[in-house]
Design a protein around this ligand. Structure first.
Ligand code: GLY
Ligand code: MN
Ligand code: MN
Length: 414
């Protein structure tokens, strides 16, 4: 039964929703330019025959970024120094009628429209990969691939070549979001903001955390998102201090705060948004005091975020801000209650890869998510927003979701 659902888990449209194939071609051109002596070989998802029933199948994100291709068992080759027909090749598996009964129509190299459908200059059958790679190696010196088990196979084909990891050169492209990517990210943000607003109208003492999680999930799925960007974290009272609390089982009480770190993935792009709210719609003085410190730290980080700044420096901005607020209940500075980094890149992956040696640049999208976690008082507060790094600062993408604690109280009155 479950197997018959597979086509729904695996995005059916053959090119990425919303991103023109020409944009993928220009990404490949940029990668070839960055690696003038390299031959890049990458494999798409190679699903084992039967274990996809539980979670579905998702395209390998680096392969997806370079191709927009959603079907499994493909491969690609890029070679800057090669003749035109080998500059960029996608290799597709042969047509398999049995597989198509389960998964729907699959594009194959023999199809007359294979080039138009893939956007690649050259489309070949996957069996041609080895011989084509050997030809490409006549012109390219180094081999770049995603490091995993298949590199051993590459080492047999090219025993005298240096084999390098392709991740970092692609990371340097992935950090700068294109206008089309920003539009998709904004779509994921808008659907997730709607989910948070829904949670504020639902939440009341006596409800279970999973009921709120369900209401949020329903909201972003109903707006076209395909799944959660990460498992929803809905932690009330003592669970509010657990950073990655996924159980969502507790019945919430009046007087609890609740951390809602919940967002959708829409058209393959992730959102990541956290709000902390009082379960009964009214902050205690202590909860509000902690909340305002976190909000102040977030404002300080957003004001400091701009091109040229390192992510780790932004974490220091937040910690310094907290430390200036005096001491928490253990007599140690408030900064000791801030137990994680202040943000990360976001895009196709909720924790999008980046080059840690490089500072932020224009076009990067990051989260800004300071938090204070006080287990002694069952108070955890995290506020997480997404910002776009602009020419000289940062633009808030999640501005439609209030952060002001009084505004949250007003919105929760119903
Ligand atoms: N939701 C995971 C994170 O905030 O990084
Ligand atoms: Mn995050
Ligand atoms: Mn988060």
């Amino acid at each position: 039964m479950l197997r018959s659902l597979l086509p729904f888990f695996f995005a059916l449209d053959l090119c990425a929703q919303g991103i023109p194939l020409a944009e993928y071609a220009s990404r490949r051109e940029a990668l070839r330019k960055a690696l003038p002596d390299g031959v890049v070989v990458m494999w798409a998802l190679q699903p084992p025959p039967d274990i996809s029933d539980r979670n579905g199948q998702f395209q390998e994100p680096y392969f997806y970024y370079m191709s927009g291709w959603t079907q499994a068992n493909a491969a690609l080759l890029l070679c800057a120094a090669c003749p035109d027909e080998l500059k960029e090749v996608i290799f597709l598996p042969k047509r398999n009628e049995r597989k198509e009964i389960f998964e729907g129509h699959q594009v194959a190299a023999a199809d007359v429209d294979a080039k138009a459908k893939t956007g690649f200059r050259t489309v070949m059958s996957i069996e041609k990969l080895e011989s084509t790679l050997r030809r490409a190696l006549e012109d390219g010196e180094r081999v770049y691939t995603l490091f995993d088990l298949r590199e051993t196979g590459l080492a047999k084909i090219a025993p005298l070549r240096e084999i390098k990891d392709i991740r970092m050169p692609i990371n340097r492209l992935r950090v700068k979001k294109s206008p089309a990517e920003l539009e998709l990210l904004q779509g994921a943000v808008d659907a997730s903001v709607a989910a948070h607003l829904e949670s504020w109208t639902m939440t009341k003492p006596g409800l279970h955390e999973y009921e709120v999680a369900t209401g949020m999930l329903q909201t972003y799925l109903s707006k076209g998102c395909e799944r959660s960007a990460y498992p929803p974290i809905v932690g009330s009272g003592p669970n509010s201090v657990v950073l990655h609390y996924f159980a969502n089982k507790r019945r919430m009480d009046a007087g609890d705060v609740m951390v809602l770190d919940v967002a959708g993935e829409c058209s393959a792009y992730a959102a990541d948004i956290t709000r902390t709210i009082p379960v009964n719609g009214k902050w205690t003085a202590r909860q509000k005091q902690v909340y305002l410190m976190v909000l102040g730290a977030q404002e300080a980080v957003m004001a400091a975020a701009k091109p040229g700044v390192m992510l780790k420096d932004l974490t220091k901005v937040a910690r310094d801000y907290f430390n200036k607020q005096g001491n928490g209940p253990n007599g140690k500075p408030w900064g000791t209650y801030f137990t994680h980094g202040v943000g990360h890149h976001i895009g196709l992956d909720v924790h999008d890869p980046f080059d840690p040696e490089l500072p932020l640049g224009e076009g990067a999208v990051i989260t800004v998510e300071p938090g204070l976690y006080v287990p002694e008082e069952n108070i955890g507060v995290r506020i997480e927003d997404m910002v776009l790094i602009t020419k000289d600062g940062a633009k808030l993408l999640t501005a439609a979701l209030p952060r002001d604690p009084d505004e949250i109280e007003r919105r929760m009155k119903h």
